[in-house]
Design a protein around this ligand. Structure first.
Ligand code: SF4
Ligand code: SF4
Length: 252
């Protein structure tokens, strides 16, 4: 596959590109206890939100961080936040048609031009596959050819890595972290540490509770209640070690 070359047009950072999510907020994820509280301009992990808040401070403005993906725990009357976003509908770091926090940008930005939910979406076929808004990326027809070639997973990963390099690693890293977060949530539910609100409760009712009761990050909850070395995992993840290892092992 040809290597993707970014032409630095800036389109992927523009407001209309960051706000193309037409789903309703707040809402529950189907068949799950994950609650989508606020429409994300960028979906951020806790440490990414903190980094961007610090960068905003350095640049002389405040960034209002709000929960994006939440589990409301009825047992302890707290919200466990899985991911965050900011209230602004455009990215305040996009200045003079470029990113002013390029070396500190979040994984969701590092994976541009890829704009997909997960590797499984891609592998499961074209129906669920979201084509990138990037004018220099592959068209739907080119993707259909690529996916229709019925290459195995190893070849798929290798081709994606060859074409997108670090962006593909960022995508993998983000997927691995999201999977890890979901596993953590399931683990504390199974242990009976939390009792998540489920879609049979009214969306508005949960929203009010999220606003009324304390919000804590899922990671902080895990550290406090299970002793899990979540922080170690996350700091290691920041340099994309996990994704690189994943690609290396698949390519063996
Ligand atoms: S943080 Fe940077 S890369 Fe991400 S949307 Fe904003 S300007 Fe673009
Ligand atoms: S990834 Fe695509 S849309 Fe984004 S700046 Fe590069 S060329 Fe433009």
């Amino acid at each position: 596959m040809d290597k993707f070359v970014c032409k630095n047009c800036g389109l992927c950072c523009k407001e209309e590109s960051l706000n193309d999510d037409k789903t309703e907020y707040p809402r529950f994820s189907p068949n799950s206890y994950i609650y989508y509280y606020h429409k994300p301009t960028l979906s951020l992990f806790e440490w990414e939100a903190k980094t961007l808040q610090e960068e905003a401070k350095k640049q002389g403005f405040n960034l209002t961080i709000v929960p994006y993906k939440v589990i409301y725990d009825q047992k302890n009357k707290i919200s466990l936040v899985i991911q965050y976003t900011f209230k602004e509908t455009s990215c305040p770091f996009f200045k003079e048609n470029k990113c002013s926090v390029y070396n500190k940008r979040a994984l969701v930005c590092q994976l541009f031009p890829i704009q997909i939910g997960s590797i499984s979406d891609l592998i499961s076929g074209m129906n669920e596959f979201k084509i990138s808004i990037c004018p220099n990326d592959m068209t739907r027809e080119q993707w259909a050819d690529f996916l229709g070639a019925r290459i195995n997973t190893k070849e798929f990963v290798s081709n994606m890595h060859e074409r997108y390099g670090e962006s593909y690693l960022a995508l993998l890293e983000r997927d691995l972290l999201l999977k890890e977060s979901n596993d953590w949530a399931k683990y504390i539910v199974d242990l009976g540490l939390i009792e998540p609100a489920t879609p049979d409760l009214k969306v508005e009712k949960i929203k009010n509770k999220i606003e009324k009761y304390p919000q804590i990050s899922l990671i902080d909850f895990m550290i406090k209640h299970t002793g899990l070395n979540a922080l170690g995992f996350i700091y290691e993840s920041n340099d994309l070690k996990h994704a690189k290892l994943f690609v290396k092992n698949l390519n063996k």
